[in-house]
Design a protein around this ligand. Structure first.
Ligand SMILES: O=P(O)(O)O[C@H]1O[C@H](CO)[C@@H](O)[C@H]1O
Ligand SMILES: O=c1cc[nH]c(=O)[nH]1
Length: 319
């Protein structure tokens, strides 16, 4: 397997301490500057049709997650938490002209849906990162707030990812570029993860841990489930695989973290992945939580991130 990390693909970490000084959002594409216009097709935005610096120049926090409703609810929640004018209920979808993704802005917080899986989030990230670049944003923190399957931990636990790993438990994301395999690092910002963990400690009854997150290309066979339309392995093989994953430090499984970590790292974004676990995969495959429990679990990463953002903005007394 080719393992290529050319100089132009190495992470750009311009500042020693990410919390000090200005940190720009980088695009790593020599062709972009020469383009007369950049149409962000899947976001229904563009450099000629929209004044991106005016619309987005003040963005400091970007939160992404699979579901449009979750990301709208998060934007409305943040609106209230930041005590912005109005009740936020009528918040507008900036990407209403497309039904691929939805995007909401409340103060310095942007909330965007990315759909399910690596190809879907990858397209959104290309256009989001270009948007942040065109808008001349700096010091942006990006956080994926998602759901996942836990391994050996109680459902409802929140996992803050230190490193995203692939299905072989390796900290890498393999992107096919033309007919080459380009391997990119999936390290996330350790200082940010530690800050999020300490923030979680201030919320009562809030089980949180730091661990590796495994990112797969599929929800069923790809995550070792026995309940898909296809299954070509035994219960014993499934448990052996999940136990090996646990031994390698994996505490949860989802479907976007490797490409998220790789792209954000390369483009100078301080990034974190915070996912609640919906079940313990050593116990079951089916998600049979009641609607209310599911909603409450999905709110956990939102609550943590809202507290974190408020602290970063100096709106909380504790930090
Ligand atoms: O909760 P979200 O953000 O959708 O993410 C997780 O849920 C989906 C599968 O149900 C996958 O996209 C997985 O990564
Ligand atoms: O088991 C799970 C639950 C949520 N999301 C996943 O990708 N896997």
């Amino acid at each position: 397997m080719a393992s290529i990390l050319p100089a132009s693909n190495r992470p750009m970490r311009p500042d020693k301490n990410a919390y000090e000084g200005k940190r720009s959002v980088y695009v790593k594409n020599p062709y972009l500057d020469a383009m007369d216009e950049d149409i962000l097709y899947h976001l229904d935005l563009g450099t000629k049709t929209h004044n991106l610096p005016a619309m987005f120049g003040d963005v400091k926090f970007v939160c992404v997650g699979g579901s449009p409703n979750r990301m709208k609810a998060f934007a409305q929640f943040m609106h209230k938490e930041l005590q912005l004018e109005g009740d936020g209920e009528d918040i507008e979808d900036i990407c209403a002209g497309t039904d691929r993704y939805c995007m909401f802005k409340t103060g310095p917080v942007l909330s965007i849906s990315h759909g399910m899986g690596i190809p879907s989030i990858s397209i959104m990230l290309h256009e989001l990162i270009k948007l942040l670049h065109h808008a001349r944003c700096c010091d942006v923190t990006i956080i994926r707030i998602g759901t996942s399957g836990g391994i050996g931990i109680a459902p409802g636990s929140v996992v803050i990812t230190d490193t995203a790993v692939d299905s072989f438990f390796k900290p890498r994301f393999e992107q096919i570029v033309l007919d080459n395999v380009v391997t990119r690092s999936t390290e996330l910002d350790k200082e940010l993860a530690a800050d999020l963990l300490s923030c979680s400690r201030e919320i009562p009854n809030f089980p949180t841990l730091i661990g590796h997150t495994m990112c797969t290309y599929d929800f069923y066979e790809g995550q070792g489930r026995l309940d898909g339309a296809l299954c070509s392995f035994s219960q014993e093989k499934k448990l052996d695989y999940l136990r090996r994953a646990h031994k390698a430090g994996v505490r949860n499984i989802e479907m976007e973290s490797t490409v998220f970590a790789a792209m954000c790292g390369l483009c100078g974004l301080r990034a974190a992945v915070v996912c609640v676990t919906l079940l313990d995969r050593l116990e079951s495959d089916q998600i049979n939580l009641s609607h209310d429990v599911l909603v409450e679990y999905q709110q956990r990463p939102q609550l943590l991130i809202s507290n974190f953002i408020k602290k970063q903005l100096g709106l909380c007394s504790q930090m």
